[in-house]
Design a protein around this ligand. Structure first.
Ligand code: AMP
Ligand code: TRP
Length: 329
């Protein structure tokens, strides 16, 4: 393990995790484990910023832990932990909210604007300050790089600004992190409305494929996915976004190059392409779910406890310094 570079990322335990989450974010993580110090969190305090059921949240926390493990994240190499089990995250979020985070910047966040919609003044403060908690998650561990999907780039940019402002005021305290975003697959789109990103909170379940979807259901979703006009298989993300999205999913889950796929499907139609893609998705999900189902709750809980201890040790050390720097110790 190379201690010189720290990677941090997280997923919030709300809704069913989709192949979008997997391709855009999680699939980048396993290969980083051998090169860097990796910390992956189940960011549960981010999941309570919108309506949720406590019982469901409790279940989802273990589910995401198992998804991390089934994706190839190895607790011997990486720290896997639950955000709320390390209270320094919320402590640092408060401090960053008082030094470095401007209301004007938070108002510009696309995710806030999307989620609050017309109700910007009547949603809870937590939805608004969500990016400050995310900045705390990242800065607490002196993170250099944050592997995320395209939609989180803006939050990492904000984290950089917050870190720089804090450092200007109090002297060098935080590492200024960078986002790592895939060249292909950083934004998997909805299967029914390919101008929107695939989202686990979408109301139409045909728009996304969950990592835990029944295999036959997932295949049907691919067969029903909208396609653009035109008949040949070609990659054109501007004019044929639906097909470009399906090609991206094929390439990422089937381990193929897009130009190669385009070549292989010359002279073949959408029907054949989709049938093959449905098989690729089915094979990926079957392998994934086999691994997932082999992990017990007990095993997942033990991973979280060991992760909590490791993350806590790092977070406590960092916060002792930060408390001194800001003058409360
Ligand atoms: P969330 O479910 O919002 O906690 O997101 C977890 C991770 O998945 C983040 O890094 C997101 O950027 C990424 N992600 C979510 N949806 C997509 C998508 N449709 N395509 C690619 N990455 C995504
Ligand atoms: N905000 C991220 C999302 O919605 C989840 C998240 C919270 C996160 N804290 C983080 C991602 C820290 C990376 C690093 O997807």
């Amino acid at each position: 393990m190379n201690q010189s570079k720290t990677i941090f990322s997280g997923v919030k335990p709300s809704g069913d995790l989709t192949i979008g989450n997997y391709i855009g974010a999680i699939s980048q993580w396993p290969e980083m484990q051998d090169k860097y110090r990796c910390i992956f969190s189940i960011v549960d305090y981010h999941a309570i910023t919108v309506k949720y059921q406590p019982e469901e949240l409790r279940k989802r926390i273990l589910e995401i832990t198992k998804i991390y493990l089934a994706s190839g994240i190895d607790p011997k190499k990486s720290i896997i932990f639950q955000q709320s089990a390390v209270p320094e995250h919320t402590e640092l979020a408060w401090i960053l909210g008082c030094s470095g985070s401007y209301i004007a910047d938070l108002k510009k966040m696309t995710q806030f604007k999307d989620k609050a919609g017309e109700k910007q003044n009547s949603v809870f403060v937590g939805l608004f300050t969500y990016p400050v908690l995310m900045a705390a998650d990242i800065l607490l561990y002196d993170t250099q790089a944050v592997p995320v999907g395209d939609d989180q780039k803006q939050h990492v940019e904000l984290t950089r600004d917050i870190a720089k402002r804090f450092n200007n005021k109090y002297g060098p305290s935080f590492v200024v992190p960078e986002a790592i975003v895939r060249k292909e697959g950083a934004r998997i789109m909805s299967l029914t409305e390919p101008i929107k990103k695939m989202s686990k909170s979408a109301s139409n379940s045909n728009s996304y494929i969950s990592l835990l979807d029944d295999i036959e259901v997932a295949k049907k979703k691919i067969m029903k996915a909208v396609t653009d006009s035109g008949t040949n298989i070609d990659y054109d993300s501007a004019d044929r976004p639906a097909l470009a999205n399906l090609l991206t999913i094929y390439a990422q889950l089937g381990n193929r190059q897009i130009p190669r796929l385009v070549k292989d499907y010359q002279g073949k139609g959408y029907g054949e392409f989709k049938k093959d893609l449905a098989e690729i998705v089915a094979k990926f999900l079957t392998d994934f779910q086999n691994k997932f189902n082999n992990i017990s709750n007990k095993e997942a809980q033990a991973v979280l406890e060991s992760g909590r201890q490791q993350a806590s040790a790092l977070a406590q050390m960092k916060m002792e310094k930060i408390r001194k720097v800001i003058g409360v110790r």
